[in-house]
Design a protein around this ligand. Structure first.
Ligand code: ADP
Ligand code: MG
Length: 665
């Protein structure tokens, strides 16, 4: 591929600006897609004020007159016939266009309209007039010093010079099957859309291409995983495992036992484990992963458990210390707030093998950690962190087994695609004695009822979560509940008898951790919070959750939030406060199954907030979106499977695909 600096117009300064926004190759440049299109409506001469911006179509009526000035400047004048009258056009420094500006051809002129002189001073002339009444203009993310216009110029220059060399990742047979335009044309259209139909077609093609690549990888991984004996084969002492399980303070559910069994089989087999453990909130996934780590330690390998937040990592660490207290297993916690000195010691111990289990946030995989013999990697409550995430796991030659845990109830069809390379264990059954969380909808005017419900629970020595969409008022115009405001109100109502505190994303990690610990130990009875407690937090004595402005949250988020209560034997309740009668909230009232809720969410809001705002790892696409392009995803999945499994097909593209998949993690 050609280098960026070979593109005409890109000098050292613009090169470094481009690098700043992660454009490092010509391919990066031409796939720096517009994030938005502006639809400029065509103007009418009469409607434009003197000096106003104008976009207008017309036919050239007079031969352009070219004037040249000193210093190489030039100017052209001609008359243009438009639907709203004849107008003079003058444009500077476009002498090179003179030969194209023939009398009678249609053009689009963009510029400034001098009403008195009836002249447009054009900044731009488009030779092929856009067929519609609107002009579609690409808008790009850029960086200061690099105007959108410059960016657009570079992109178009790159396409002009190297467009034919931009690799196309769609195999020929599918280009033919779907009658796709070629890659260069598609890119050209996406950057300079002539009309909406062509734009949609070109986008479809580029999305398909991206998803095809993605699904090819997933299918390939699945295929290879099944074929190769790259995993660790373990001899497992089942008696010891059973003893450990029987020593737990509760009896595992049938689904938990089945999941443990699936995992044992994976760990025994010489195939690498690549398993997704899915289960609704509160179904008890954590203990299953702890058992997996116990087995892994018994066999002499290290384990790493990654959680999405420090709160959660710390919670797992404290639990694990308790559960492993007699097992002779060394555990360490490694997060962003671990002190440097301590960190270095943990690194050392991981390298020499004196730590058996390390728990941390996802930075665990990003940091330069050397393991002595890492045998098992577990990630909690996170969408997968990349199809072929290699990370920096430096491990002595062996390939660790992988277990993902997720409570996100993604519909099956989706799971089959994005988790398509994994085996899955599903925990459906809740631990015995669990009652569904009673859910009520209330209006702000019914706050007294809410407070008295809270009081009853507090008097029964239970704890309460209160959730607000915002931290403080500066974030809104005062119409939404905030953590700080609710703290004052709760203090007024309950402060005399109960301890109240807050936790939110803007607090330092250490402070958050302390508050969570105190809540866990029932030193705090009412915890007011933003959605930072959405994921994973486990305090079984908390039996009530009150969510203010509940209509501000998606159903999946509400379900996750509600999952923080109903974790013990006592009856729990969740009160959703909202003055907007959102239909969605009624779903929460009658439904407690996370999968059904997410299906409802799909029906009501499209793919909703399933994937959060940010997708992780390889799930970031440049043009496709898992949210909106499900149909294309399915096509890409089927086609890429067919292509991969077609033994006869050995084309260059396929070889390159496979070569690029140097999966070593
Ligand atoms: P999640 O699947 O949402 O991660 P957790 O693993 O945090 O759920 O489990 C929720 C709660 O249920 C925890 O307090 C855990 O100790 C408890 N638990 C897990 N399994 C059982 C079981 N079989 N019987 C009773 N309680 C259980
Ligand atoms: Mg959990």
């Amino acid at each position: 591929m050609c280098e960026l600096k070979e593109v005409k117009g890109i000098g050292p300064k613009s090169l470094s600006l481009l690098n700043k926004i992660n454009i490092n190759t010509v391919e990066d440049l031409v796939t720096h897609y517009p994030f938005r299109y502006d639809y400029l409506v065509r103007d009418n001469l009469n409607e434009i004020e003197d000096g106003g911006h104008i976009v207008i179509d017309g036919k050239i009526e007079s031969v352009p007159i070219l004037m040249r000035f000193k210093a190489g400047l030039n100017k052209m004048n001609f008359r243009l016939v438009t639907q709203s009258g004849v107008v003079g056009v003058s444009i500077f420094n476009r002498a090179f266009m003179k030969k194209d500006l023939e009398v009678g051809i249609g053009i689009t002129v963009i510029g400034k309209y001098d009403k008195k002189k009836n002249i447009i001073t054009a900044s731009e002339i488009k030779l092929s007039p856009l067929s519609n009444k609107v002009k579609i203009e690409a808008v790009y993310h850029s960086t200061s010093g690099l105007t959108v216009k410059n960016l657009s110029t570079y992109i178009n220059m790159a396409l002009l010079m190297f467009g034919k060399k931009i690799p196309d990742y769609i195999p020929q047979r599918y280009i033919e099957k779907y009658n796709f335009v070629n890659k260069k044309t598609a890119l050209n259209i996406v950057h300079n859309p002539p009309d909406d139909n062509k734009l949609q077609e070109a986008k479809y093609r580029l999305k398909y291409e991206e998803l095809f690549q993605f699904m090819f990888k997933i299918n390939y991984l699945k295929h290879e995983n099944k074929k190769k004996n790259t995993g660790i084969k373990r001899d497992i002492d089942r008696e010891k495992v059973n003893k450990f399980i029987n020593g737990l303070s509760f009896k595992l559910t049938g689904d938990q036992l089945k999941a443990v069994d699936d995992i044992i089989k994976d760990l025994e087999s010489s195939n690498r484990m690549n398993r997704l453990l899915q289960g609704d909130v509160g179904s008890g996934k954590t203990i299953v992963s702890f058992i997996a780590m116990y087995i892994n330690s018994l066999c002499g390998y290290q384990s790493a458990l990654m959680a999405p937040t420090e709160i959660l990592a710390t919670q797992h660490y404290n639990n694990l210390k308790q559960i492993f207290k007699d097992a002779g297993i060394e555990i360490a916690l490694l997060t962003g707030s671990t002190l440097k000195k301590e960190k270095n010691e943990i690194y050392k111990s991981l390298e020499n093998g004196s730590i058996d289990v390390v728990i941390g946030t996802h930075s665990l995989i990003q940091e330069d950690v050397n393991y002595s013999n890492l045998g098992l990697v577990i990630t909690d409550e996170q969408h997968r962190f990349g199809v072929n995430q290699r990370g920096n796991l430096k491990n002595k030659g062996i390939m660790p087994d992988i277990l993902y845990m997720s409570a996100t109830p993604i519909p099956r069809t989706y799971a089959l695609t994005i988790y398509g390379d994994m085996d899955t264990s599903i925990i459906k059954e809740k631990p015995v004695g669990r009652k569904p969380v009673l859910t009520y909808l209330k209006k702000n005017s019914e706050i007294k009822d809410v407070l008295s419900m809270m009081l009853e629970e507090l008097k029964a020595h239970h704890q309460v979560y209160v959730i607000a969409p915002l931290i403080e008022d500066s974030e809104s115009s005062g119409e939404l509940a905030t953590v700080l405001d609710l703290r004052d109100k709760m203090k007024l109502a309950f402060g005399e008898y109960f301890k109240i505190d807050i936790v939110h994303g803007k607090m330092a990690s250490r402070a958050k951790e302390l508050i969570m610990q105190e809540f866990q130990q029932n030193k705090i009875q009412i915890l007011i919070s933003t959605t930072v407690i959405e994921v994973g937090v486990d305090v079984p004595n908390a039996t009530t959750m009150v969510i203010f402005d509940a209509d501000r949250f998606g159903l999946s988020t509400l379900h996750q939030l509600r999952g923080r209560v109903g974790r013990g034997d006592s009856e729990s309740r969740c009160i959703l406060i909202s003055d907007n009668d959102a239909k969605r909230l009624h779903v929460m009232e009658k439904e407690s199954d996370g999968f059904k809720i997410s299906e409802e969410d799909f029906k009501l809001r499209g793919h909703g907030d399933l994937f959060g705002t940010k997708q992780s790892g390889d799930m970031e696409f440049k043009i496709a979106s898992l949210k909106d392009d499900y149909d294309i995803l399915i096509k890409a999945k089927e086609d890429s499977e067919e292509y991969l499994l077609d033994e006869e097909c050995k084309d260059e593209l396929k070889e390159n695909f496979i070569k690029s998949m140097n999966v070593n993690y």
